[in-house]
Design a protein around this ligand. Structure first.
Ligand code: PMP
Length: 451
C-alpha cells in the first residue's frame, strides 16, 4: 500500500540526543541559539508538518519555497519507491537511463517556446553555476571569448557557490569569504518603497532601473559582457516584485548588445507565480533559465538549466569525438530525482496546480494586504502565491522583530519564513482559503503580540 500515509506514524518519535546536537553543524542557522530550543518536524502530510510531540504545524512556506504540491503526495512517494527498487543509480557521463530523457521531454513542454534544452544539476546553487558556465563557454564557442563579465543585481540570491555569491547581492553571504569571482558587476535592486509601497501585483515605478545595464555596457563595452542574471521576483531577499516593464526592458538591452539573459527561477518556477515559469507569466523569454525546488516538489534534490536551442547548437559544432561541455555532476539526472520529478509533474497536471496561483491571486493578494495597518508593518508585496510583509526593523537589531513573529507563529502552529524584517509567505499551491485565513490571522496576532 505504497501511497498510504499514516498521519500519526511519527508521533512519539525520539527527540534528538545531546551527541546529535553536538555533531550536527546546521546550515544557515544560529546553531547555538537553535540547539537551546530546537524546532523539529518528523512527519508531514498535505499542508501540514508534524512535530515529534504530535503537534500539527500549518506550512505557509511550502517547506522552503519547494513543496509546491503539498507534502508527501502519494504519486510522488510511489514513484520514488518504485524507482529505488528498480534502478538506484546510473552513471550520467557517456551513459543514460530512460527517465532522464523522458523528464527532459516533459519539462521542455512547460518552458516558453525556444527554451528547449535541459541540463540537470542537483540544487539551485548548482543550476546557477551551470548556467553561468554555459554562458561563458557559449561565447567562447562562438569566437567571442572576450565576453567574460557577469552581471548580477543587488539583493539577488543565486545560491551559495562561488559563482552564485559573486553575482548575488547579499552582503551577509559574501563578506566572510574574501575574494569573489572576478569581473562581476551588479545592477541596482528594484525595491523602492518611497514610490511603490503596498503595490498589489507588479509595482508601477522603476522600469528605468534596467538601464543600469546600459551604463555598464557604456563603461565596459558590450564585447566584454557575457550575461546578466536576475531572479524575476527576488524571493530570499524579501519578495521584490519587478516593476512593470522592467524585465522587458532588460531583455531589450540584452538583445541590443548580444548579452545573454539568465532568469534564476529556482523559486518562481513551477507555479509559484500562477504560471509554469515567471518567464511565461511576464512574457519575457530568457536565454538560460535555472530551476530547482518545485521540480521534484522538494522530495529529492534536483536542479536544472534550460537553454535556448541556439545555445545548445553552438556547442555542437566541434569534432564529434570531443565532449562538448566539460561540466556535470555525478548525480546529474539521478534516477530517483527523475522519478520524483515525473511524479511531481503528473501531480501538478492532474490538479492543475501550475496555474492555480493565478486563479486565486486576487484572494491571496487580498489576504496578505489585509495585514496593512498593523503595528510596524511598513510595506506589503505580492504576486501569484508569494507575499512579503515588511516590518520596520527594531533599532540596532535588524531581522529580530520579524524573527520574533516567526517564533510566535511557530508556537501557534503555523510555519512562516522571515528574511531580514520581511515575512515571506509562499504556501503550497494546494492551500485552501480557510487555511490561508488561519495563516493571516496567526501572523496578525503574532505581529500585535510582538509589538
Ligand atoms: N537561486 C534562487 C533564486 C534561490 O531562491 C535559491 C534557494 N533559495 C537558490 C538559487 C539556491 O538553491 P539551493 O539552496 O537548492 O542550492
Amino acid at each position: 500500500d505504497l501511497g498510504h500515509i499514516d498521519p500519526h506514524a511519527a508521533a512519539g518519535a525520539p527527540a534528538i540526543t545531546p551527541a546529535g546536537k553536538a555533531a550536527y553543524w546546521m546550515p544557515f542557522t544560529a546553531n547555538r541559539q537553535f540547539k537551546e530550543a530546537p524546532r523539529l518536524v518528523s512527519g508531514a502530510d498535505g499542508m501540514f508538518f508534524r512535530t515529534p510531540d504530535g503537534r500539527e504545524v500549518l506550512d505557509s512556506i511550502a517547506g522552503l519555497w519547494c513543496v509546491n504540491a503539498g507534502h508527501n503526495r502519494p504519486r510522488i512517494v510511489e514513484a520514488i519507491q518504485r524507482q529505488a527498487a528498480e534502478l538506484d543509480f546510473a552513471p550520467p557521463f557517456n551513459m543514460g537511463h530512460p527517465k532522464a530523457f523522458e523528464l527532459a521531454e516533459r519539462l521542455v513542454q512547460l518552458t516558453p517556446p525556444g527554451l528547449d534544452k535541459v541540463f540537470f544539476a542537483n540544487s539551485g546553487s548548482e543550476a546557477v553555476e551551470s548556467a553561468l558556465k554555459i554562458a561563458l563557454a557559449y561565447h567562447r564557442a562562438r569566437g567571442e571569448g572576450t565576453r567574460t563579465r557577469l552581471i548580477g543585481r543587488e539583493r539577488g540570491y543565486h545560491g551559495v557557490n562561488f559563482g552564485g555569491i559573486s553575482v548575488g547581492g547579499m552582503v551577509g553571504n559574501r563578506k566572510v569569504f574574501g575574494a569573489m569571482v572576478a569581473g562581476v558587476d551588479h545592477l541596482r535592486h528594484t525595491h523602492d518603497p518611497a514610490r511603490n509601497a503596498y503595490s498589489v501585483g507588479q509595482p508601477a515605478h522603476g522600469a528605468e532601473l534596467a538601464d543600469d545595464l546600459e551604463r555598464l555596457v557604456a563603461l565596459h563595452d558590450a564585447s566584454t559582457i557575457a550575461a546578466v542574471i536576475v531572479e524575476p521576483v527576488a524571493g530570499s531577499t524579501g519578495v521584490l516584485v519587478p516593476p512593470q516593464g522592467y524585465l522587458q526592458r532588460l531583455r531589450e538591452i540584452c538583445d541590443r548588445h548580444g548579452i545573454l539573459l539568465i532568469f534564476d527561477e529556482v523559486i518562481t518556477g513551477f507555479g509559484r507565480l500562477g504560471a509554469p515559469f515567471a518567464a511565461t507569466r511576464f512574457g519575457v523569454t530568457p536565454d538560460l533559465m535555472t530551476c530547482a525546488k518545485g521540480i521534484t516538489n522538494g522530495c529529492v534534490p534536483m536542479g536544472a538549466v534550460f537553454a535556448r536551442d541556439a545555445i545548445y547548437e553552438a556547442f555542437m559544432t566541434g569534432p564529434e569525438h570531443l565532449i562538448e561541455f566539460p561540466h556535470g555532476y555525478t548525480y546529474s539526472g539521478h534516477p530517483l530525482a527523475c522519478a520524483a520529478a515525473l511524479g511531481t509533474l503528473d501531480t501538478y497536471a492532474e490538479e492543475d496546480l501550475l496555474t492555480r496561483g493565478s486563479r486565486l491571486e486576487p484572494m491571496f493578494a487580498q489576504a496578505v494586504h489585509s495585514l496593512r495597518g498593523l503595528p510596524h508593518v511598513i510595506d506589503i508585496r505580492n504576486l501569484g502565491f508569494v507575499g512579503g510583509i515588511e516590518l520596520e526593523p527594531r533599532p540596532g537589531e535588524p531581522g529580530k522583530r520579524a524573527f520574533s513573529v516567526f517564533l510566535d507563529c511557530w508556537e501557534q502552529g503555523v510555519l512562516i519564513r522571515t528574511t531580514g524584517d520581511t515575512i515571506a509567505l509562499s504556501p503550497p499551491l494546494i492551500i485552501e482559503e480557510a487555511q490561508l485565513q488561519r495563516v493571516i490571522d496567526t501572523v496578525a496576532a503574532a505581529i500585535r503580540r510582538v509589538a
